[in-house]
Design a protein around this ligand. Sequence first.
Ligand code: BG6
Length: 515
Amino acid sequence: MATAPTKVEEPEQENPLTSGLERQPIPPTTLTIFGATGDLSKRKLLPALYNLAHEGALPERFNLIGASRSDMSDDDYRKLAKGSIQEFSRRETDEKVLDALLDGVRYVSGNFDDPGLYERLDTALGESDERAGIEFNRVFYLSTSPSFFAEIVKQLGDHGLDRRESSDVRVVIEKPIGTNLREARELNAAVLDVLDEEQVYRIDHYLGKETVQNVLAFRFANGLFEPIWNRNYIDYVQITAAEDMGIGSRAGYYDTSGALRDLVQNHMLQLLTLLCMEPPVSFSADEVRDEKVKVLHSIHPPGPEEVSEMAVRAQYAAGVVAGEAAKGYLEEEDVPPDSTTESYTALRLEVDNWRWAGVPIYLRTGKRMVRKVTEIAIALKPVPHLAFREEGAVGVQPNRIVLTVQPNEGASISLGAKIPGTRMRIRPVNMEFLYGTAFMSQSPEAYERLITDAMRGDATLFTRDDEVEAQWRIIDPILAAWGAESGPIPQYEAGSQGPAEAERLLQPGHTWRAI
Ligand code: BG6
C-alpha cells in the first residue's frame, strides 16, 4: 500500500547576518525625563525612545513622564514630543507606533527646586502604578543644566522618591560631572548622600556607540590580537575625535568648557581605557569598571612644568569647511573676542604599567577640522629585519590597526603585500571589516542602548564615581597650567588638519594620521 509522502518540515532559515540581534525583555518601567523640553531630550532621548518602540525593544509595560519648567498640558507635551521625534528620528516615523508610544505620556511642570514639582510627580507616578496594579521600576533621567543635578537628587530624596520597597529606582545623570576634580567630588558626594552608587547611571554617550563596545569584542573575543597588545609590539597609539562642525549656538556652554573638558575628560579617556584595560574577569559592571579605573590610575597627571611638553591647545581661525566659508572661533556668536578657550587639543599620555610603559598614547580632538572622524589607530613596531633587497623594501610600512568609531564604522588592518609583477616590490594594502556590510542592520543610536541598559539595570556602560574622579585627576593639572597663561592661544585654519603646534608632541618617527 502506497503511503502518502510525509511533509518534511523545513527548519526555519535564520539569516546569518542578523542572528544575535534579538533583544532581552525589560521589567515594567516609568521613565521620567527632567528637562523634557530641552535640546537633548528633543534631539536624542525622545527619538531614541521612538526607535526602541519601533523595534519592540521598550519594556512591554512602559510609561513616560516629562518634567520641565515650561508650563504646558499633557497634550501640549505630546505634540512637542511628536514633532521632535518626527524631526530627529533616525528612521521614518510610523504614526501607529508613535501614537501608541505617546498615548499615555504625562507632563509635570515646575522649577527644579520647587517642592511642588516633586509632589505632582509623586502623584503622577502613583497614579500610573495604581492603574497597572503593580509597582513599576522608576528611572529618573536628568537631562537638565548640570547646575540642577544635585538639587534634583536632593528633592527626590526629600520626597521619598529615591527608593521603593519592591521595585528599583535609578537616576541617570548627563555630562558634565563637574568642571574639575573638586566639583566632580562635590557632585558625587551630594548624589551619594541620597542614592547608592548602584542606583546612579552617569552617561558618557560614547560608551553607547556600537563601535566603542566593539573595541572590547575586538580585543577579548579574538585570540589574534591580545598577544601583540602590549609595549613589545605596539609602537604608539593615536586616538582622534575630529569634527567638521563649529560650536554653532552653544558658545554659552562651550566657551566655559573648551575641547579638553568637552571631549577629552570623558569620551576620549573612555576610548583610551577600553583600549588599554586588562581583560576583566567577567563583563559585570564593576569588574569592567575596576579595570578601567586601574588604567586611569596608571596615567601620571602632569606637573605644571610638564604640561607644555604633553599638551597643545588651539582655536580655529576662519577658513573653508566642506566648500563653505567658516568663521573663526573668536568671531562666533557670543564668544568674547579675547577668549582663550580651546576648540582643539592634543595630548601625549602614557599608561605607566607593565603592559604599556613607554608607549605614547596621542589624543587629539577639534572642532572645524577637515572632516568628522573618530578612530583609534594602533601603530605596530616595524619588523626587526628586512630581508628584501633595497628596492623591494621601499614600500614596507609597519602594520596599523585602525578601529573606526564613526563614520564608516569598522576596523582595518594594513598589511605589506607584494605588488603583482616580476619584481619583489611591496606596498601596504588594507584588510577591512565594515559594520554596514557585515550586519544587515543600521546601528542603533548610542542613547537607545544606554536608555535600555539603565532600564534593565546594567551599569557596565556608565561611568562610576571613582572613574569620573580619576579622569579629572589627569585633566585638572592641564587646566591649571593653561589657566595660569595669558594672551592669545595658537590658531588653525578651519577645514584643516589642526595646528602645526601638535607636531611637537610626537616622538621621532611618529606622525599624525591624515584626517
Ligand atoms: C558631546 C560634546 O558630548 O559630544 C559635543 O558636548 C560634541 O561638543 C559631541 O560635538 C560629539 O558627539 P558625537 O556622537 O557626534 O561624536
